[in-house]
Design a protein around this ligand. Structure first.
Ligand code: HEC
Length: 241
């Protein structure tokens, strides 16, 4: 039995590597959930450019607004394209059947994507689309080979080509080459994707923000309590000495 378990574990090790796509190196990303401005910018990108196809079906608009410090009026006026009411869940605009017809697969719900795939995967994926004439959408992705999603932020990032090389008989990704530039410089696009990743991490675990806040109060309480305990100790031991 134990032997079997060990064999299964050993067999799953290469699978873990492949999950990242040909052992591709994922870029690290600086996540800071206390950076409200970054979370707000990420929310704007997500709602404007992703909700048309993807849902974030475990999040409500007003909850997001409250957590990120955006008033209900601002959310209603600026971010409510895909829903009628501020208390609605963040559902995709495109019906699942239409998406299936258009892309051959239903775009998955993205609420938990940074928890299932990891923030580094998401951040690298969003910067790894390249032009591929042989695919149905005209795009491909080195992190997610043969992905059905087109590069929806193409007008921002511009077009890049992927250069592959032979390595031990396999075709592996080498580097990107700039095809044509988009409306954003590489630096601005990278920052924009960092903000989007930051927002996606928040989306995956909104309670984290609340926990951080409670954590601060707990530490303050413990410090006050320490002081009181110290005074008590002094009082109790006064007569003993
Ligand atoms: C035009 C429709 C469309 C839009 C807009 C779109 N996507 Fe997608 N996306 C897809 C489809 C279709 C897939 C499924 C790809 C597959 O399985 O091959 C997908 C897959 C993904 C995945 C992989 C999920 C997984 O775990 O398999 C991520 C991450 C993703 N999209 C992020 C985004 C983000 C972020 C945006 C907004 C900037 C966005 N998408 C906008 C159609 C879209």
């Amino acid at each position: 039995m134990i032997k079997k378990i060990i064999i299964v574990l050993l067999l799953s090790v290469p699978a873990l590597g492949l999950a990242a796509g040909n052992n591709l190196k994922l870029d690290s990303v600086d996540i800071d959930l206390s950076d409200k401005a970054s979370l707000q910018r990420g929310a704007r990108t997500f709602i404007n450019y992703c909700l048309s196809c993807h849902s974030a079906g475990y999040m409500r608009y007003n909850r997001m607004g409250k957590d990120l410090g955006i008033s209900d009026e601002l959310v209603s006026g600026n971010l409510l394209f895909a829903a009628d009411k501020i208390g609605d869940l963040m559902k995709a605009v495109m019906p699942a059947e239409d998406a299936k017809k258009a892309f051959g697969t239903v775009p998955p719900d993205l609420t938990l994507v940074t928890r299932s795939r990891g923030p580094e995967w998401f951040y690298t994926y969003m910067r790894s689309f390249y032009r591929d004439e042989s695919s149905a959408s005209g795009w491909n992705n080195v992190v997610f080979p043969d992905v059905a999603m087109p590069h929806v932020l193409y007008s921002w990032q511009g077009e890049q080509r992927a250069i592959f090389k032979e390595h031990e008989g396999r075709r592996v990704f080498d580097r990107f080459e700039v095809g044509s530039s988009g409306s954003m410089s590489e630096e601005v696009y990278t920052d924009t994707m960092r903000d989007l990743t930051n927002f996606m991490v928040y989306l995956g675990e909104p309670a984290k923000l609340v926990r951080y806040r409670i954590g601060t109060y707990v530490i303050i309480f413990l410090l006050i309590f320490l002081f009181v305990a110290y005074l008590l100790k002094k009082e109790f031991w006064k007569d003993v000495h």
